[in-house]
Design a protein around this ligand. Structure first.
Ligand SMILES: Cc1ncc(C[n+]2csc(CCOP(=O)(O)OP(=O)(O)O)c2C)c(N)n1
Ligand SMILES: [Mg+2]
Length: 515
């Protein structure tokens, strides 16, 4: 028994089942240890941003961590962008990062770098000095750490930076399994006082566990009883919804739209959410978006039991029997002719099977959310941290966590190219993922943001930084080369037919929608 074996064995015994891996020489003993645990599924990803995004998607669906296997500082560095998104989503992830031995590190061999500094950005728990004897216990401490909710945006990611000799060194016995998962912290809000304070000009704002179906149900009943509004933040990590779910507003993206949405609100009750702030700072717009005289009150923080807090408030108000507005199943107009984002969204919502998982990113995918409410039960995984290139990798993790679900990756042409290698893993693992590329041949949102500077036109040089032309990307061909059947469509009739075909196929498909 060596350290690597003891670690992987302990993780398996703790219920960890999947490793999204891109290994190198410093991880060879860990690879060998995985080889000895056939029930531990190793999934090769060809870029670390795919490993980390897949681990995020897996965690959001499975509710438990996957492991990533990353090669020293450069490997972790390549995975940071999607770890950032995962941190904002509060997804539990355990990164195993191989390192040199401590003696070798001192020699500044080529792959030496300050891995801990990279890890600090995205990890609430880090260990760098494991020994062979401590490694199994360190792995279990990492599991406990990621299963505990953290305050604010600290996230739930652990990074175990493993000296090579801790992997190959001998171990006398494996630590007994002790994964201590602390129970959720309780809110200490004064429910009676909050019940008194709520009026028709209050707004209940939901995020984190406030997005869970039971929390939304309670919040909607409270809002109905009080006659006030209830909204979720603009970028919720996971929403399970569809016909029958209570209607909950979603705050918009641009700051002036949020300000407009919050106009007249004099009291915001935060249930798992932080107060609304602008995504970016702009010269003429305040960063805090609620009206200046609006009172902010915390019902429960994101790391606390938000569901129980909302249910307690519901009991306090005796609003259990209130009947909130609910989404209704509706028949859709069948579009024909030229494709638009809205039509594509309508057709996806119309055809998606019950229980589909929709993974968003930049591009037009968010347009599916509206019609999906009137179609069938589904789960939406949103881009949480604004770092694009998440949707394709998240779809891998979601499909592995929910093998019977149809998964959709709804991607902008720009977003897809950050982690296009996701397609290869989808093909190799034969995952039920349909990728839809909203191909407008540009970084569309950046053009919009540029025009918001107050300029009337986009100059040639600036425009060149937003255009994805010369050469045009052939997504259908690109997908085929990575093992995913790809089809390019430019009419609604074609999209309907190609989507129907994709839904009958085993394994992934890519549909390139020309907008
Ligand atoms: C990692 C990262 N790099 C750069 C950006 C800046 N950015 C935001 S949106 C965007 C382009 C999105 O283009 P696309 O996916 O094609 O969607 P569209 O806006 O065209 O609908 C870029 C580059 C980012 N958000 N994240
Ligand atoms: Mg685009």
């Amino acid at each position: 028994m060596n350290g690597a074996r003891s670690l992987i064995q302990s993780l398996v015994k703790a219920g960890i089942e999947v490793c999204f891996a891109n290994p190198g020489t410093s991880e060879m003993h860990l690879v060998q240890a995985m080889d000895a645990e056939p029930e531990f599924r190793g999934v090769l990803c060809l870029f670390e941003g795919v490993c980390t995004g897949a681990a995020d998607g897996y965690a959001r669906i499975a509710g438990k961590p996957a492991v990533t296997l990353l090669h020293l500082g450069p490997g972790l560095g390549n995975g940071i962008a999607n770890l950032h998104n995962a941190r904002r989503a509060g997804s539990p992830i355990i990164n195993l990062v191989g390192n040199h031995t401590q003696d070798h590190e001192k020699l500044d061999a080529p792959l030496t770098s300050d891995i801990e500094t990279l890890a600090k950005n995205v990890s609430r728990w880090i260990k760098t000095d494991s020994t062979a004897e401590s490694l199994a216990a360190d792995g279990l401490a990492a599991v406990s750490a990621v299963m505990q909710k953290a305050r604010g945006s600290k996230g739930q990611i652990a990074t175990l930076i493993i000296p090579a000799d801790a992997c190959w060194g001998p171990v006398t016995g494996v630590a007994p399994i002790t994964v201590a998962i602390p129970s959720l912290a309780q809110s200490n809000a004064d429910f009676a006082q909050i019940a008194e304070r709520l009026t028709a000009s209050s707004l209940i704002l939901l995020d984190k566990d406030g997005l869970l179906p039971a929390a939304r149900e309670a919040a909607a009943k409270i809002a109905k009883h009080v006659g006030c509004r209830v909204a979720m933040t603009a970028f919720p990590a996971r929403i399970d919804s569809g016909p029958g779910s209570p209607v909950i507003e979603r705050l918009p993206y641009f700051p002036e739209q949020v300000q407009k949405a919050l106009h007249g609100v004099d009291h915001i009750l935060l249930a798992g959410a932080s107060e609304p702030v602008s995504f970016f700072a702009y010269p003429e717009t305040p960063s805090k978006l609620a009206p200046a005289d609006c009172e902010r009150q915390v019902l429960a923080e994101g790391h606390q039991d938000v569901v129980l807090a909302l249910q307690s408030l519901m009991t306090e108000l005796q609003s259990d029997s209130a009947e909130p507005d609910r989404y209704q199943a509706a028949a859709f107009e069948v579009p024909t002719g030229k494709l638009t984002t809205r039509w594509v969204a309508t057709m996806i919502a119309q055809q998606m099977p019950e229980g589909s998982i929709l993974c968003g990113d930049s591009g037009g995918g968010a347009a599916v959310l509206g019609p999906a409410q009137q179609s069938s039960a589904h789960t939406w995984l949103n881009l949480t941290g604004g770092s694009i290139g998440q949707g394709g990798p998240a779809a891998i993790g979601a499909a592995i966590a929910a093998p019977n679900a149809q998964v959709f990756a709804l991607l902008g042409d720009g977003a897809s190219m950050y982690t296009i290698q996701a397609l290869w893993t989808q093909a190799r693992e034969c995952l039920a993922v349909i990728t839809v590329i909203f191909n407008n041949q540009r970084y569309g949102i950046l053009e919009t943001e540029y025009l918001r500077l107050g300029v009337n036109e986009i100059g040639q040089h600036a425009g060149a930084l937003f255009a994805l032309t010369e050469p045009n990307i052939q997504f259908a061909d690109l997908a085929s080369s990575l093992g995913v059947p790809g089809r390019r469509v430019d009419s609604c009739e074609d999209f309907q037919a190609v989507l129907a075909e994709a839904l009958h196929r085993t394994g992934p498909t890519l549909i390139e929608v020309m907008l």
